[in-house]
Design a protein around this ligand. Structure first.
Ligand code: OMP
Length: 269
């Protein structure tokens, strides 16, 4: 992860082709529209930032044509040297997880990404084989711990039997798993929204560093300039992720917007 930060930086550009953005970019709300949108974002990111995160939901809605579009976008990003985080938010009982691991982590597979987002609602232990599958091929995953949406706290701030909030238990389980690999700083990270009050979520005093995918900046209200202040101890692992705040610059303005934000992230983190 340290090497990835050095080569690809710590700004992640979200590829979220909302209907309104497609219209603003002069693209149809269709599989070809999301394909062209994704390819243009990849082109704009190349040379300006090093990580992209396609939001699979916006592709999946077009069925097989949407997945074909996503395959093209992922392939173009990887060919350009960008790291790709598949925002798929998958999570299943352990016996079904190999299906997802095969889909997103298999080397040479059509949807191969460098890391994917995982939902721990069925228990972090049932994700462990997927963590191992990722680690074996030099990939990673980000497990939802404290999400940026206000509704998330209703579950994530609840206390587990030992008194820890769910969000803290998820983070601790991920950090414990990383420790077994001999590389405590990854390969598995957590998602913590920048809109979250870390102290209230039981995350204010984490002593072990780990990768943190950090959405919630820009459109959802958090200020990128405050990233270090928001994440405190966890700042060393933070990847700032922004979608609409960059994508709304339009096809002609986005490359410049990404460059500026990347410089801001470098200066802040
Ligand atoms: O896993 C994510 O990326 C994610 C987690 C979270 O807690 N909050 C969150 O907004 N996201 C994703 O990050 C993106 C945020 O987009 P913007 O609000 O437009 O920057 C969306 O694709 C969300 O699904």
């Amino acid at each position: 992860m340290t090497a990835a930060f050095a080569s690809n930086g710590r700004l992640c550009v979200g590829i979220d082709p909302h209907d309104g953005l497609l219209a603003a970019w002069g693209l149809p709300v269709s599989a070809s529209g999301v394909r062209d949108f994704g390819l243009r974002v990849v082109e704009a990111t190349t040379g300006a930032a090093g990580i992209v995160k396609p939001q699979v939901a916006f592709f999946e809605r077009f069925g097989s044509a949407g997945f074909a579009a996503l395959e093209e976008v992922i392939a173009a990003a990887r060919a350009a040297g960008l790291l790709v985080i598949g925002d798929v938010k998958r999570g299943e009982i352990g016996s079904s997880m190999p299906g997802y691991a095969g889909a997103w982590l298999e080397v040479g597979g059509p949807l191969e990404v460098d890391a994917l987002t995982l939902n721990p609602y069925l228990g972090v232990a049932d994700l462990a084989d997927t963590f191992a599958a990722a680690a074996r091929v030099g990939k990673g995953a980000f497990v939802l711990a404290a999400t940026s949406n206000p509704a998330g706290a209703s579950v994530q701030a609840a206390r587990t039997a030992d008194g820890r909030p769910v969000s803290r238990r998820v983070l601790d389980d991920v950090a414990d798993w990383n420790a077994t690999t001999g590389d405590p700083f990854g390969p598995i990270g957590v998602v913590i929204g920048a809109t979250v009050d870390l102290a209230a979520a039981g995350l204010g005093d984490v002593a072990r560093p780990l990768p943190v995918l950090a959405p919630g900046f820009g459109h959802q209200g958090a200020d990128t300039a405050r990233a270090r202040e928001i994440y405190g101890n966890l700042s060393e692992g933070v990847i700032v992720s922004e979608s609409r705040s960059l994508l709304s610059s339009g096809p002609t303005g986005i490359a410049h917007a990404i460059s500026e934000r990347a410089a801001e992230v470098r200066g802040t983190l």
